[in-house]
Design a protein. Structure first.
Length: 288
């Protein structure tokens, strides 16, 4: 029977305590940093000239609440203009999230397949290399009018633009992950009789998994960027459309409100990706 109070277990607990304490303190410092930033922002926005350019934190919060809560309140000391909730954000946010998720899934899938194919096919990789580099160096924003012409002003023109942003991030990470496979592990697997299918499932894909998830965290933000930029250039719905309308009337508080909503949504989607990553990467040393 093992002793739970053995020196090894005591040492492990002693090593885990500083890490836990540091993590909790780090969370506190992060919150304090956010509070400090909002405090400085609120102080600077007391001047009306600065408020015109920077907005006001309370006004931004009120606008977010008005978007989500269909509630009306009379003017008071905190809300001099009152609260005029419409709940209109749900339709616009739903469109933007749909565009983002579709672009994320399609771009990731295409990048994964293309990265595996070219990494495992040296001839195709050498043949297509200059074209891939040329497409990657092209500013994708200039494709937005073309996609609007091809797919119309619906969601698919925004999805197509966002796919071009997501695809290359995933593609290059998958390609590099396959190329980084340890030759010794590959040779040992072949000696044990592994065929091409076995190598793909047991060697190549596990090697590329960490690279894929590293690219997915960046792809989340890029999918949002593509969707919002597409809404800027032509749309009647979406959070980007709301921000564009606010810019046309110099309503900086609504612009910041849209940015806050998009940022929170991007963080939530990134958290989902991180959770899936931790579940699939349990085999990797150091994964919590």
């Amino acid at each position: 029977m093992s002793n739970s109070n053995s020196p090894q277990s005591s040492a492990a607990k002693a090593q885990s305590l500083p890490r836990t304490t540091f993590t909790s303190r780090l969370w506190v410092w992060q919150v304090l940093l956010a509070v400090l930033f909002i405090g400085i922002w609120n102080w600077a926005s007391q001047d009306q000239q600065w408020a015109f350019f920077l907005g006001q934190p309370l006004a931004v919060l009120i606008r977010v609440v008005e978007w989500f809560v269909p509630l009306t309140l009379e003017p008071n000391a905190w809300m001099t203009s009152g609260l005029h909730g419409t709940g209109e954000i749900y339709v616009h946010l739903g469109v933007t999230l749909l565009e983002t998720v579709l672009a994320f899934v399609i771009g990731t899938s295409l990048g994964l397949v293309a990265g595996l194919w070219l990494a495992l096919s040296p001839l195709a990789s050498a043949l297509l290399d200059p074209y891939i580099k040329a497409l990657n160096s092209m500013p994708r924003v200039i494709l937005a009018p073309i996609f609007c012409l091809w797919f119309g002003l619906g969601i698919w023109s925004k999805v197509a633009l966002a796919v071009t942003l997501v695809f290359f991030v995933v593609f290059f990470n998958v390609y590099q992950g396959i190329k980084e496979v340890n030759p010794v592990i590959l040779a040992n697997a072949k000696m044990l009789g592994a065929n091409a299918s076995d190598l793909l499932k047991t060697v190549y894909l596990p090697s590329a998994t960490s690279w894929v998830f590293s690219s997915l965290h960046s792809s989340v933000g890029l999918a949002f960027v593509g969707a919002v930029v597409g809404e800027y250039l032509g749309s009647a719905r979406g959070v980007g459309y709301l921000i564009l309308q606010a810019e046309g009337t110099f309503d900086v508080n609504t612009v910041f409100a849209g940015i806050v909503v998009l940022t929170v949504c991007a963080l939530l989607l990134d958290a989902v990706v991180g959770r899936i990553e931790r579940r699939l990467m349990r085999w990797q040393p150091g994964t919590p």
